[in-house]
Design a binder for this molecule. Structure first.
Ligand SMILES: Cc1ncc(COP(=O)(O)O)c(C=O)c1O
Length: 407
């Protein structure tokens, strides 16, 4: 039976949520940057390290075998979480950024000058800069799809941007600034109609959406551990078999090879072909534990709770004088970006910190979106399943006080 969302019980599994900041109880609303990590995840890593730790894949001794089993078990959990075809479709990376770089490096031989890569203006820099490398070094052309006034992706513009020269479409599944969700399945149909690859950046959506990569049909899907209650230093790239086979390996080293001689090298099969060197073993195990921990909940209750927090915060923020909300698309994820007239977002975040409230301010690694919105930065509050309605009240109260001090 699914676990009920009892907030007191859940919060007790995150000792950090009980601490004070500047003499006030912590209100942690920076979950879109990194969510906090429950005891179950930390315990999974320390238990592994204390009882069965060695390098993976290499040993013929018990500890090596047990560690390999746990590491490969984590891969199986990610596969299940994404509903991927098989464990071979899942590559561990050190995060979302490395997954995107792996694909950009992997397709380099397929890029001719003038080939097009289609992106949206709301992408995170990690889903922009690797493609800029292909522009700078290989003559690829970046084509940009705008967002509509409510922050939703302009699907007609996407359709118009994709054409015979498109090699890859790379889109976020959920914006880290606007909370906008993208219809990844429709985007995949559009990309595949011209035989282009499509990558979906699920770094934000992983924790908020039910993901089925086979249903979406995408070639690549990216996850990162630290936004799904897992540790940092770990992420995953899903690739369809044909897409992975076509990619050239990203890094060279141990484990990713089949044969190495003085004048030739042949490569291991995916996923090992893309996991050179000793991987982040404990982090992968922690990532698997985070997936287990999250998946145990009644996810409808989790989604409903996060939506309630979003709606409450949106309504209360809208009532604050001089507020501009960025991103109001229907069904958006629990992320609110906002500007306060006449006040720099950094000042708001710093003053909120005095009241124990942690929000983020800046360009959120999304400068093309900032340009599109006509701002240099925004303030952002983002919710996780452990946040409470009382915390929303504290946030709004602190914001009103901060505004009063700054204006
Ligand atoms: C939408 C999106 N893509 C990619 C990333 C990068 O992920 P990572 O920090 O795991 O490299 C982030 C992180 O903020 C993100 O929000």
């Amino acid at each position: 039976m699914a676990r009920a969302l009892d907030l007191n019980a859940v919060r007790s599994e995150f000792p950090i949520l009980g601490r004070e900041v500047n003499g006030k109880p912590l209100v942690y609303l920076d979950n879109a940057a990194s969510a906090q990590t429950p005891d179950a995840v930390l315990d999974s890593m320390s238990n592994q390290a204390q009882t069965a730790y060695a390098n993976v894949h290499r040993g013929l001794h018990t500890l090596a075998n047990e560690t390999t089993e746990a590491y490969e078990g984590a891969r199986g959990k990610i596969r299940q979480f994404l509903n991927a075809e098989s464990d071979e479709n899942i590559i561990f990376t050190k995060g979302g950024t490395e997954a995107m770089n792996l694909v950009a490096n992997g397709i380099v031989d397929m890029i001719e000058p003038g080939d097009e890569i289609v992106l949206s203006v709301m992408e995170h820099h990690s889903n922009i800069v690797p493609w800029h490398f292909l522009r700078e070094r290989h003559g690829a052309v970046l084509k940009w799809v705008p967002v509509l006034d409510d922050g939703s992706l302009d699907m007609e513009a996407l359709q118009a941007a994709v054409g015979p020269k498109t090699k890859l479409v790379s889109l976020t599944h959920m914006s880290n600034v606007l909370g906008t969700k993208v219809d990844a399945k429709r985007a995949t149909e559009i990309a595949h109609a011209v035989d282009a690859y499509i990558l979906i950046d699920g770094c934000q959506s992983g924790v908020h959406l039910d993901i089925d990569v086979q249903d979406i049909g995408c070639d690549f899907y990216v996850l990162t551990g630290h936004k799904i209650y897992g540790p940092t230093g770990i992420g995953a790239l899903y690739g369809r078999v044909a897409a992975l086979e076509a990619l050239r390996p990203y890094q060279g080293g141990g484990e990713m090879i089949e044969i190495v001689e003085q004048d030739r090298v042949t490569y291991n099969v995916p996923p090992h072909k893309f996991e050179a060197g000793t991987p982040p073993i404990l982090q992968a195990i922690g990532f698997g534990a985070a997936i287990d921990w999250l998946s145990a909940f009644d996810m409808d209750a989790v989604r409903a709770h996060e939506t309630k927090l979003l709606e409450k915060a949106t309504a209360e923020l809208s009532a604050v004088n001089g507020i501009r909300l960025h991103g109001t698309a229907t069904g958006k994820g629990p992320v609110i970006s906002f500007s306060v007239e006449g006040v720099h977002p950094h000042d708001i975040a710093q003053l909120l910190d005095r009241y124990g409230v942690a929000i983020r301010a800046g360009h959120h690694c999304a400068q093309p979106l900032m340009t599109h919105l006509g701002v240099s930065a925004t303030a952002r509050a983002s919710f996780a399943l452990y946040n409470t309605e009382e915390e929303v009240d504290v946030f709004i109260e602190a914001l009103n006080k901060a505004r009063g001090m700054l204006l």
